[in-house]
Design a protein around this ligand. Sequence first.
Ligand code: SF4
Length: 352
Amino acid sequence: MKTSSFNKKAFQTALIEWFKLNQRQLPWREDQDPYKVWVSEIMLQQTQVDTVIPYFEHFIEQFPDPNTLADADQQEVLKAWEGLGYYSRVRNLHTAVQEVKEKYHGEVPRDREQLSKLKGVGPYTLGAIMSIAYDEPEPAVDGNVMRVISRVFEIDADIAKAKSRKIFESLVRDIISEEDPSSFNQGLMELGALICRPKNPQCELCPIQSFCRAYQQNSQSNYPVKSKAKKQIPFYYYVFVLENKSGEILIEQRPESGLLAGFWQFPMVEQKELDQSLILPFVEEIFQIDVQEINQLKSIKHIFSHLTWSLDVYHLKVDTIHMKSDNQRLVKLDQLAKYPFPVPHQKVINQL
Ligand code: SF4
């Protein structure tokens, strides 16, 4: 894509002036602290701004700098992220700040190479930290930016394909403001979030309308080009809430790797492994318990990015529960909140 005939200076000025006047007041915009920019950008991947704000405030209060986060226990960190989903984000962040503490005395590096080697810091996060915190003209291309740029230049590249990002990055690198890359990048993101929305972009309010080819051609709805995501694979489980006569409930920790690694949950069994009519003898044998009362709670459905969980939940009252392995605990109902649980299991807790 050639941008030689494109009036970059006028484009930058229009975008930056608009951003300065119209930007939302967000807690991570209060200063240029690279750690706060980093945390906010990681949270904002896959999550809406309104959801992120209270999590961000709480997270920064609990872990105000890289060293505090580096020293925190993994369970504490997962607990602070509980409900935000995509937990590999926070596990990578935790590992990365430990490296920042060890190698860089707790200072987020401003060196591009060093920054890019930290776990979980991909081109977007790198660009956001470099430009917003350190005023370096580095592209930060997220979904909002790809949408705006694809419309302005009528770019046909499929944004669902990882390799397309390079096309957008090289274009932004070509037109980014050297004087104020922070406002330029944030301006593109903000314009995508507020004006150049996926459906019905508000072109009449857009500061870069006169530069926009899609507006001139009335082709906004053709951009961005995005192929359909793969369908989520459905999984069906029985969930067992076992409660002994002292009111203690059996929970178990998920393995250290894979989906929801390190989180706690109630025991689950895939439904294809067990006929519903055999639930009672199955749990009595597996957990070596005598069930005195069994109640079915509301079923729960949860959609992850690539799979769904459908949970049929049973609350079983028993005399005694014997723990079978180190990853299990017996916990009173009012103490469950101390452990990080994935959202579908939090929904089970809310029913108890
Ligand atoms: S003119 Fe419309 S389509 Fe073009 S960038 Fe602005 S809001 Fe988006």
